[in-house]
Design a protein around this ligand. Structure first.
Ligand code: SF4
Ligand code: SF4
Length: 411
């Protein structure tokens, strides 16, 4: 998709979130990827995300209640897609993300034993490759990311407003000043498996996406270090992935609080590599998601915990401390969302699969996307057609174990 001129709009400072002119701000948003009220917005701490609060915040209703807390009860219900086999599969899919901690290393990885020759692999001392054509370097980095498995890659200047001030344990995060760029990678998930959500094969698709993220971010970071530059790879840690992906021209915000991409809808996981490698940033894109979300609400209707706003227009703040105020968007109640996960015995992606943008790249879907971008007056009709055709419904979890299921993800 061709990038259009679409730059960050910063509204005039206000005394509080009460003093608003929403129609004016919505107009700002139509011409910019997001609108920020800098008199309210402050960089967020990762301590306030729901998975940190579950561990450390006694005021949270599900404090120290793990996602798997009620698994035995869930197994006893004997529901399709909720067996011990399904659970073992979904847990195993996280293996690389959870255990390959080197994927998050800020430093070049140690020399390894090369199994082929059984000797310690000596690498030449790192000599900085001189980059006199950042445009070409940007192409090379994107090609490398795709070779490692990225579905989409974008580059942006690092906006430090999106960095967490502290990690989940409360340690300050200090990204060195010379790190100026972010390479943002979207990893496609197994859509067929995801569509069985909230059954456990859907959670497999999530975990598998995260593990592939860990692989890609680690390889991409090592590639950059091999050129003599610094690289800080991250999954959900270090900073907010969605606004970085928006800055990098990969997608737009959705009502469900997730990224929507033109190619894969929300069927992506996002990782990033922060670096001082000289690169040329992409431009943000606008394919009509804001207007479509104002009409659609399919994710809000489908959400089993009713955690997503039904309000036509976005707002400036959300219902819990896991919401950081000051950005005009729809805020999701992460507390009720997480509570559903604990009852379900695993994570949930219903808001991803119910989104009309989350579809294959079939030519008819591309026609719909063209109309959404250029003729927003027809949005209501597209939402009706989407419902009428039965999109967004849960797929029978048995599909996952069918021998004819294909597992090769197309990049
Ligand atoms: S993950 Fe599930 S419960 Fe949470 S907001 Fe999305 S649809 Fe609702
Ligand atoms: S389901 Fe509809 S309202 Fe929700 S994010 Fe997708 S397009 Fe927006």
């Amino acid at each position: 998709m061709a990038a259009i001129d679409y730059c960050v709009e910063i509204v005039k400072p206000r005394q509080s979130t009460q003093d608003l002119t929403l129609s004016e701000d919505l107009n700002h948003w139509k011409q910019s990827p997001y609108v920020i009220n800098h008199s309210v917005y402050r960089p967020f701490t990762e301590e306030h995300i729901i998975f940190a609060r579950m561990l450390n915040d006694p005021s949270f209703a599900d404090y120290q209640v793990g996602v798997h807390a009620h698994l035995e009860e869930v197994f006893r219900l004997n529901k399709k897609g909720y067996s011990r086999i399904d659970e073992a599969l979904s847990s195993a899919s996280w293996t690389v993300y959870d255990h390959f901690t080197e994927a998050f290393s800020w430093k070049k990885l140690n020399a390894s034993i090369d199994a082929r020759f059984d000797v310690e692999l000596e690498k030449p001392a790192d000599i900085k490759v001189i980059i006199d054509d950042p445009h070409n370097m940007t192409k090379i980095v994107k090609q490398a990311a795709k070779a490692f498995g990225a579905a989409l890659v974008g580059v942006c200047k690092l906006n430090r407003d999106w960095l967490y001030t502290h990690d989940r344990q409360g340690n300050p995060i200090n990204i060195p000043d010379h790190i100026e760029n972010a390479i943002v990678v979207a990893v496609e998930m197994d859509l067929e498996a995801l569509q069985t959500t909230p059954a456990f094969p859907g959670a497999f698709a999530t975990g598998n996406g995260y593990s592939r993220m860990a692989f890609i971010q680690a390889c991409l970071a090592e590639f950059i270090r091999g050129l003599g530059y610094d690289a800080i790879p991250a999954g959900n840690n270090i900073g907010l992935s969605v606004p970085m992906a928006i800055d990098a021209g990969i997608g737009q915000y959705g009502r469900h609080g997730l990224l929507i991409t033109p190619q894969f809808g929300s069927n992506v996981r996002i990782c990033k590599v922060l670096t001082n490698l000289p690169l040329v940033p992409d431009k943000s894109i606008n394919f009509g998601a804001l207007d479509f979300c104002r009409t659609c609400k399919r994710c809000a209707e489908a959400c089993p915990s009713q955690s997503i706003s039904y309000e036509r227009d976005p707002s400036w703040s959300g219902p819990t401390i896991s919401n950081n105020p000051g950005v005009l968007k729809w805020y999701v109640n992460a507390e009720t969302c997480y509570h559903f996960w604990t009852i379900n015995g695993n994570d949930c992606s219903v808001c991803i699969t119910s989104c009309p943008f989350t579809k294959s790249r079939h030519s008819l879907h591309c026609v719909a996307r063209f109309f959404i971008k250029h003729f927003p007056l027809l949005n209501r009709l597209w939402v009706k057609i989407d419902k009428w055709l039965g999109y967004g419904k849960q797929r029978n979890p048995d599909v996952f174990w069918n021998e004819r299921k294909e597992f090769i993800l197309k990049y």
